[in-house]
Design a protein around this ligand. Structure first.
Ligand code: UD1
Length: 396
């Protein structure tokens, strides 16, 4: 299949014709949306201690307690084995920092595979470092395409997918996209959605929290807003236009806005610190945010993951972007792509508030078992390779 730097070691240490060392997986997470994806995978590896030796790497792309540490606590993710501490920077800087540091780590740890999730700068950087060292990459959440190459995440997705060995997909569109890009069918595995594994396993805990009351809200009588895409927040004009229309909604229905650090900075720099007329909060932890989503009348967002979470929960979602890389949330779920024009957003809000909302259904394989399917496939493929190598060593 692929050469591995560890093969010699395996040959001398194997004690029986078929025994092989545990499969060493370097699992990489860097930014907030990665943490809920890596959590169920780490749990699954931990359940197979004889077969897997996971090494968890936090790149440090997100570093604030609210953007990182609180997620490790809420989701019970083990302490990272290594933190690369790259922090913020321009795209080139941030990507290059991760690439350089993770290359050294891969050389030191000699993993059998590198596991990456999502589409952030850390994802593509770790992938590039690994494949150049001939270590195969498993990409979780492969094949999503917005067809908007102005989005940094789209570039990260295309580059990561083009060199990955295992492409684990969440929805049917992803397979179509990958086949169109010439990825061989045998590398593509439709496994479902690890983020929904996390949502389903934490829903009951979240339901017990008093987040809604604590924020002075009433169930079903508030909206939740998140905004952080460069296309929405980096232009003062666009930000002002969005705050105007959302401020009008807030007069009728409280709009809770946990503000992303990038957005807080943009408000400070571009709007002279003018506070939008909304219910502002600091970024929330995973469980508090899930609690808010569960009882929201509607959610307005430009995030990728929240489109999926609202679909899984059956909560109406208006996506303030011109495209989505997650079309199943529109065709089967509760998501509507409304664009970024204030008049279109206002129209969609009015329609949603006057009509009974579409219920939607949870897409296929968003059932809480995606991580298990992924780890089954990795175990099958890597164990075959390692056992083969061990046998080979014994014969020699
Ligand atoms: C990144 C991801 C995006 C994801 C988002 C979720 C890329 C290209 N983008 O965007 O896909 O949806 O995370 O949050 O990887 N900052 C802090 N504290 C932190 C992290 C960031 O203050 O812990 C501030 C810094 O000023 C930084 C800015 O936020 O410059 C942007 O952070 P960065 O990681 O570069 O990208 P995001 O916009 O967060």
């Amino acid at each position: 299949m692929w050469p591995h730097p560890d093969q010699e070691g395996m040959m001398t240490t194997s004690s029986s014709p078929t025994s092989s060392p545990p499969i060493r997986i370097l699992a990489v997470a860097g930014a907030r949306p990665n943490f809920m994806k890596i959590a169920p995978l780490m749990r699954e590896f931990a359940q197979r201690p004889d077969r897997f030796e996971p090494i968890l790497v936090h790149t440090g792309q997100h570093y604030d307690k609210a953007m990182s540490e609180s997620f490790f606590q809420d989701l019970g993710i083990p302490e990272p084995d290594v933190n690369l501490g790259v922090g913020s920077g321009s795209h080139g800087h941030q990507t290059a920092e991760v690439l350089m540091k993770i290359e050294d780590l891969i050389i030191e740890k000699r993993p059998h595979a590198v596991l990456v999730v999502g589409d952030v700068n850390s994802t593509v950087a770790a992938t590039l470092a690994a494949v150049k060292l001939e270590i195969p990459v498993a990409h979780v959440e492969a094949g999503l395409r917005s067809w908007d190459r102005k989005m940094p995440e789209e570039l990260n997705r295309v580059m990561t997918d083009s060199v990955s060995e295992w492409l684990f997909t969440t929805e049917p569109s992803a397979e179509t996209n990958l086949l169109r890009e010439g990825i061989p069918a045998e590398k593509i595995h439709f496994v479902g959605n690890v983020m929904i594994d996390t949502l389903l396993s934490h829903r009951e805990r979240a339901a017990k929290l008093d987040t809604v009351e604590r924020l002075g809200l009433e169930p079903r009588k508030y909206a939740v807003l998140t905004l952080h895409r460069p296309s929405n927040v980096d232009s003062a004009e666009q930000l002002r236009r969005l705050f105007e229309v959302l401020g009008r909604l807030n007069e009728e229905l409280p709009v809770v806005f946990p503000i992303h650090p990038r957005t807080a900075k943009a408000v400070e720099d571009n709007l002279g610190g003018m506070k939008p007329d909304l219910h502002l909060t600091d970024p929330l932890g995973y469980l508090d945010f899930l609690r808010l989503l569960m009882d929201a009348q509607m959610v307005l967002t430009d995030s990728g993951g929240i489109q999926e979470e609202t679909t899984a929960l059956g909560v109406p979602c208006l996506t303030l972007r011109d495209s989505t890389e997650r079309p199943v949330t529109v065709t089967e779920g509760t998501n509507e792509i409304v664009g970024t024009e204030p008049s279109a957003i206002e129209e969609a809000i009015t329609r949603l508030r006057s009509e009974s909302p579409r219920e939607g259904r949870r897409p296929a394989l968003w059932d809480g078992a995606a991580a298990q399917r992924i780890v089954d496939i990795l175990e099958r493929d890597l164990a075959t390779t390692l056992d083969g190598a061990a046998r080979c060593g014994n014969e020699n």
